[in-house]
Design a binder for this molecule. Structure first.
Ligand code: NOJ
Length: 440
């Protein structure tokens, strides 16, 4: 069994749009994922998060399972449009009441909530005014964040401003595969910058408000590895890291954007003082890790590198299984940035689960994935990298964005026809690992 330091936190992670459902309940406003998923052709067979796990109504049952598993922590996100249905202005008390009930239930069961403020579900009313491409959304976000601090600070002491800004800026605004489905490279950089200004102003508001606790941000950096030891491939790998990691870390830790990772023709709309704002010191970095890319020099591409196929085993997402990449990423960040401490805020795998005649899911492949990645973290910690906890993605199978319900990441299975929850073998394995560590 893998042993972690005494204070290490063991949790799972989810996000509001992926699990809550109940999209018209208690005055919730619409968000860009409602709109995007209802647009024909955007998600697998037009699937949406309208019902998903119905966690909004079943949260007590879910928390009872978390308790059974012995989780001491749980990372979740707040749906902005439940708190402010129009994104700004009017506050919906029923939304606040729901999260207070949820947080209280968690705490009463010995589970500490770790709260993400933005996991991609921008209120539609703000999108109608230009969304994150419009700097006014920064002010709306800060108002939303302050409302959350005021409403929940007696219950919550760990906050994350943004989840994976890469996805909400680039997948949503350049690649068009996430909401709002735009395809402008310029917009992607503008949106990223606005996320970061909003992040910095929110950290300041958190400090100025005197709220107790800690605040951080969650990134999914690319950890690139060179295909060979050749100087060309190593150089290509550095460029890939600039695009995939430094672009997201430098504004936070160094107050700059890496020149090399700004696409030709793009201008980042930096106003006076912005880079001081984006680099406002914050408490911790959340690292989401799923795979590492193997990178090769390629003079024919504009970026001078390309990602190459490997013969590593893959998950159902087609992502390489490569635990060393997690070790590489944690140590690389630690060596290159003044990070106080980190959490692995997401890590996990989708596989084609089968329910056997005994009604159980013997997902040895998922257990193996989790075990090897936890070993990689333990190794990094032994070498002095400050990692304080692990949040497995995910607690339960859920709405995997444009893949709909086709990809199952949970350690708990959800039967979407009946809403029946079944703990998978990986869940029991995680329970035993946690119990082993608690008994030390
Ligand atoms: C990253 C995201 O934060 C989460 O929403 C998603 O479901 C998982 N990774 C798996 O793709």
């Amino acid at each position: 069994m893998i042993t972690f330091p005494k204070e290490f936190r063991f949790g799972t992670a989810t996000a509001a749009y992926q699990i809550e459902g109940a999209i018209t309940q208690d005055g919730r406003g619409r968000n860009i994922w409602d709109d995007f998923s209802e647009t024909p052709g955007k998600t697998y067979e037009g699937q949406t998060g309208a019902i998903t796990n119905d966690h909004y109504n079943r949260y007590k049952e879910d928390i009872a399972i978390m308790k059974e598993l012995g989780l001491d922590s749980y990372r979740l996100s707040i749906a902005w449009s439940r708190i402010l249905p129009d994104g700004e202005g009017r506050v919906e008390q029923r939304g606040i009441d729901f999260y207070r009930r949820l947080f209280t239930e968690l705490i009463n069961n010995g589970i500490r909530p770790y709260v993400t403020l933005y996991h991609w579900d921008l209120p539609s009313a703000l999108q109608a005014k230009g969304g994150w491409n419009n700097r006014a959304t920064v002010d709306a976000y800060v108002q939303y964040a302050k409302t959350c601090f005021e409403s929940f600070s007696d219950l919550i002491d760990v906050w994350m401003t943004f989840n994976e800004p890469f996805c909400s800026s680039f997948l949503g605004h350049a690649h068009g595969v996430h909401a709002p489905g735009h395809t402008s490279i310029q917009e992607a950089y503008t949106v990223l910058h606005h996320h970061y200004v909003a992040h910095g102003l929110t950290v300041r508001a958190f400090r100025e408000g005197g709220y107790k606790g800690y605040i951080g941000i969650v990134l999914n950096n690319m950890t690139a590895g060179p295909a060979t030891d050749s100087p060309e491939d190593k150089e290509a790998c550095e460029i890939a890291r600039a695009y995939g990691a430094r672009l997201f870390l430098d504004p936070l830790y160094k107050g700059s954007y890496p020149e090399i990772a700004i696409a030709p023709g793009v201008t980042i709309p930096i106003q006076d003082g912005d880079l001081e704002i984006t680099s406002t010191p914050f408490d911790f970095l959340g690292v989401n890790y799923y795979w590492e890319d193997m990178v090769q020099a390629d003079a024919s591409t504009p970026t001078k590198y390309k990602v190459v196929q490997t013969n590593r085993d893959k998950t159902a997402m087609g992502w390489d299984i490569y635990p060393e990449g997690l070790y590489n990423q944690l140590t690389w960040i630690h060596q290159n940035y003044e990070v106080n401490y980190m959490y692995v805020t997401e890590n996990g795998a989708a596989f084609e689960d089968v329910v056997l005649h005994d009604g159980r899911i013997h997902d040895v492949y998922r257990t193996e994935y989790i075990r090897t990645h936890l070993e990689a973290i333990a190794k990094a910690i032994k070498e002095g990298v400050p990692v304080k906890g692990y949040f497995l993605w995910s607690f339960i199978d859920n709405f995997e964005w444009s893949y709909g319900y086709t990809k199952r990441f949970g350690i708990v299975r959800c039967d979407y026809d009946t809403q029946k929850r079944t703990i998978k073998d990986s869940g029991y394995w995680y329970r035993d690992l946690i119990a082993h560590n608690k008994s030390n």
